[in-house]
Design a protein around this ligand. Sequence first.
Ligand code: ZN
Length: 138
Amino acid sequence: MAVDCINYWGHVGNAGYGLDYEPKTQKTVLAHRKTYSDFNGEIPLGAVIKHTCDNKRCVNPLHLQAGTQSENVKESYARGLQINARRSMTEQQVISIYQAGGSQRAISKQFNTTQTVVKNIKLGRTYRDITKGGVCGS
Ligand SMILES: [Zn+2]
């Protein structure tokens, strides 16, 4: 597919993803997720939005694809993307958890992890290098 990437023009968080503001929920959201849902409707619970182009800033709806966490992880490994082996989560998962709404219990189920992991990410006790400064106000 020979369609060029569209790099997000707004704020880009530390993790390298474009960050957008969703007025409906008054939350900062990942720009590529917002773009995907704007074009394709609501993202299924627990689904991740993947870049087929591996360009985190890209918000071209043609380069975005919904998938499951495990698919995404497998594909990332397959493509040889850098994932810190000492950590159990990918950057994308950490960001998804950090930005997920709802109770920690519900989030932990959704991401197939423990409530403690969710709590620590939310409180910035773990993966702080990924989440800190990753969310801007409005
Ligand atoms: Zn792209």
